[in-house]
Design a protein around this ligand. Structure first.
Ligand code: NAP
Length: 465
């Protein structure tokens, strides 16, 4: 007879990130956890491993490509639990770069496992999801990479796809073109894994929209990227541990009731940040330049800080020596940026071929874009706070803005314009390095403790009075 106990399912749970998700759920999920695997021996072995760690997981045999297995699982869940509360679609395959398997076979195998089988599981198990259930598709940033490499026409198709049937047709077009060997000329990238994960990301939004019209309330469907993780799939080159890779999946699986965000999103490092995708797209032409630049800005080598200071000082010394007027300086900067904008992508594409862009490089590039997006978000939060202050507390708002403007005017009057610009540029260029090496945090921590102690003293004095 069915119990009211909650239940979670993880596909491909016998190793890697799937096993780490099972481990996390056993520790944090309030209900039964099922480790499923296509290989019974490996699956039971993993359950035994959990037991040795003091954790209890149940085993169910599930090859996600086998419809009969999924139906058996559904029947078992209905019989024992009367529904399903958490579904983690983790199982997937990826051919190695050096694989000699012909591309059409790779494409068929990868799409059938990562996209079609994942979709089939959803079609079979979604009807038994209970209200407030959580569905997490383990996707990948490689899906975003694949999207960036498709033609504008295919990009538009992905942006406008409205139903799962439309999406199936689109993905089938990739499969058909791969079979015919015409995928590149039709605007598809030669990335079977990437297209399969792009399909999964796109599926997430469609499924959430469909679920929003369902009678069952509060069901959240998200996809996520675990990062570059040390597993068999990455040939153990990833720099995150499986437990670290599982973190965002667990976060999505355990979102509390009434959560509004993330919902139908692609989540990276627990964050939904569509800005990252926009920034990534905007800086695409300069990505090869951004990687070494970010290493210098973060002082990867001890001499980087010195070279930054000396090159900025040299440029400002030239300006000081030539003493151009304000208008001339603006015009010269305009010429410089136009030349870089025009020539940069051409020169970079000549030296750096697209085929040599690896997933490791993409991971670093994504982190840079993430940092830019975070900085943008902090600025937005700052301006939102100021706007809220204006509405809620107009007097404080007036005083704060007037004080800030007066201080800025005083500094401007005190220091020569060029020297001030030099200081601002220098500090701006040194911030990433100071941050990376913990100096900025120490400095802000020191300032915060000083302000706190001044406020504390003031409060104590007031109490004594
Ligand atoms: N590792 C990374 O850096 C990385 C980065 C981004 C995204 N991801 C995603 O994270 C997820 C887990 O990857 P991982 O690195 O942990 O890979 P992994 O170590 O290769 O594990 C993949 C798991 O999926 C299972 N699987 C494959 N085909 C299956 C099928 N037809 N039915 C049932 N299970 C099947 C495998 O079972 P067998 O042991 O029987 O083969 C294995 O348990 C995948 O969705 C992957 O695309 C990984």
């Amino acid at each position: 007879m069915a119990t009211k106990k909650r239940v979670a399912i993880v596909t491909g749970g016998n190793k890697g990130i799937g096993l780490a998700i099972v481990r996390g759920l056993c520790k944090q999920f309030d209900g039964d956890v099922y480790l499923t695997a296509r290989n019974e021996e490996l699956g039971k072995g993993a359950v035994e491993q959990m037991k040795q760690e003091g954790l209890t997981a149940n085993f169910f045999r599930l090859d996600i490509r086998n419809e009969g297995h999924i139906e058996d699982l559904k029947a078992h869940l209905m019989d024992k639990y009367g529904g399903l509360d958490v579904l983690i679609n983790n199982a997937a395959i990826a051919y190695k770069r050096a694989s000699t398997v012909p591309f059409p076979t790779q494409a068929k195998d990868t799409i059938e496992t990562n996209f079609t089988a994942t979709l089939r599981i959803c079609e079979i198990l979604f009807p038994i999801l209970r209200p407030n259930a959580r569905v997490v598709h383990i996707s990948s940033r490689v899906g975003v990479m694949a999207f960036n490499k498709t033609s504008d026409k295919i990009k538009n198709c992905f942006k406008n796809v409205a139903t799962t049937d439309d999406l199936k047709t689109l993905i089938n077009d990739f499969l058909k073109s791969a079979e015919e060997g015409t995928h590149t000329e039709k605007g598809w990238p030669a990335m079977a894994y990437g297209v399969s994960k792009l399909g999964v990301c796109c599926l997430t939004g469609i499924q959430q929209r469909e679920m929003d019209n369902d009678d069952r309330q509060g069901i959240l469907i998200n996809s996520m990227c675990p990062g570059f993780v040390n597993t068999d799939m990455s040939s153990h080159k990833g720099f995150l541990t499986p437990d670290e890779g599982a973190d965002t999946a667990l976060y999505c699986a355990l979102l509390p009731e009434k959560t509004e965000v993330p919902k139908g999103n692609f989540v990276v490092a627990r964050e939904v940040n569509p800005d990252v995708l926009t920034i990534k797209h905007a800086l695409e032409d300069y990505k090869e330049l951004l990687l070494p630049l970010s290493r210098v800005l973060e002082w990867e080598k001890p001499y980087h800080s010195l070279s930054l200071v000396s090159s900025i000082t040299f440029v400002f010394a030239l300006i000081w020596y030539a003493q151009p007027s304000f208008l001339t300086t603006i015009a010269l900067l305009g010429i410089l940026f136009t030349c870089i904008d025009f020539m940069g992508p051409i020169v970079l594409s000549f030296f750096f071929k697209n085929e040599r862009w690896s997933s490791e490089k993409d991971e670093s590039y994504e982190q840079i874009c993430q940092r830019i997006a975070n900085a943008k978000r902090h600025l937005q939060i700052f301006f939102t706070c100021i706007q809220q202050m204006k509405k809620k507390n107009p007097t404080v708002y007036l005083c704060v803005t007037l004080v800030i403007c007066c201080v800025v005017a005083w500094i401007g009057n005190l220091i020569d314009n060029l020297f001030l610009t030099y200081l601002i540029v220098l500090i701006g260029a040194l911030v990433p390095g100071l941050r990376k090496h913990g100096m900025l945090q120490k400095f802000t921590g020191f300032c915060a403790s000083q302000v706190a102690s001044i406020l504390e003293k003031a409060r104590n004095r007031k109490k004594k009075q």
